[in-house]
Design a protein around this ligand. Structure first.
Ligand code: ZN
Length: 264
């Protein structure tokens, strides 16, 4: 696994994303949470456009991230090098630290800082949250996330394969948690002990701001519990998605979403 992820190609990384999309799309057909009255293909074109820009930003940043990881290994730079850990434990902790900084904290800050919210809000405008919403991020948000991941790599002391495993798991769980899925309640609750489950993340897409400003985590649910932002609701199938100020269909076109951060 170490060897595979150290030398993983861009096409394999994209393939992992495509497999996640197909699997979750299939599950949504079998056990949907909402019976959305929408054109799923039309909806997905907008979201897949932003998925594509996210992928491009990540591929552009790949060299920088990998060089940073290489440098951190060569110089034994990073908190985890202070401890002499077995490689598997170093890997798990590095992935957790990258998730905490490169997903949880950057996400939470985008909800707190006005300019961050301008970049991030197109993710929340979607009123039909499904698997394709997962990587619907403005390119500027994708750049910001990549910079935070860079910080995470340096703080943790992550090797190249750890960064690649992290990014793959991050994309797969983002797809899973956004999927329009109604898992058995007990199973969703069980998953939520460890990872962000579909029900847990749906609360974050609620139109009610006190719910939107909760459950920021991406892979590990522990960050919301540790940093006091965890929220649970009894029924997720009554949640209304979206933002009050963007309920118009014309707010949800590629052109409008691209220029959204530059508007008041
Ligand atoms: Zn958010």
């Amino acid at each position: 696994m170490v060897e595979y992820f150290t030398t993983i190609s861009s096409s394999h990384r994209t393939l992992i994303l495509a497999i996640g999309l197909v699997l979750c799309w299939g599950l949504e057909g079998a056990i949907p949470l909402f019976q959305f009255q929408y054109n799923k293909v039309k909806h997905s074109i907008t979201n897949l456009f932003f998925t594509l820009t996210t992928v491009i930003v990540n591929l552009l940043f790949a060299t920088i991230l990998l060089t940073t990881a290489q440098w951190s290994v060569e110089n034994k730079w990073g908190l985890l090098y202070l401890l002499s850990l077995p490689i598997w434990l170093h890997g798990i902790l590095a992935i957790m630290i990258m998730d905490m900084i490169g997903a949880y904290w950057v996400h939470r800050l985008m909800h707190i800082i006005p300019i961050g919210w301008k970049l991030h809000r197109i993710h929340h405008i979607d009123t039909k949250v499904d698997v394709t919403t997962a990587l619907r991020a403005h390119p500027a948000e994708s750049i910001l996330r990549a910079l935070f991941l860079l910080i995470g790599i340096l703080i943790a002391g992550a090797e190249i394969w750890m960064v690649m495993v992290y990014q793959s798991l991050s994309a797969l769980n983002a797809q899973f948690e956004h999927s329009n899925l109604k898992l058995p309640k007990w199973f969703d609750k069980f998953l939520e002990i460890f990872i962000v489950s579909p029900d847990m993340h749906k609360v974050h897409h609620s139109r009610k701001q006190f719910e939107t400003d909760s459950n920021f985590a991406n892979i590990f649910s522990v960050w919301d519990r540790v940093f006091g932002s965890y929220k649970s609701v009894k029924k997720t199938d009554t949640i209304e998605y979206g933002l009050d100020e963007y309920q118009n269909e014309k707010d949800d076109t590629i052109k409008s979403l691209l220029s959204n951060p530059f508007r008041k």
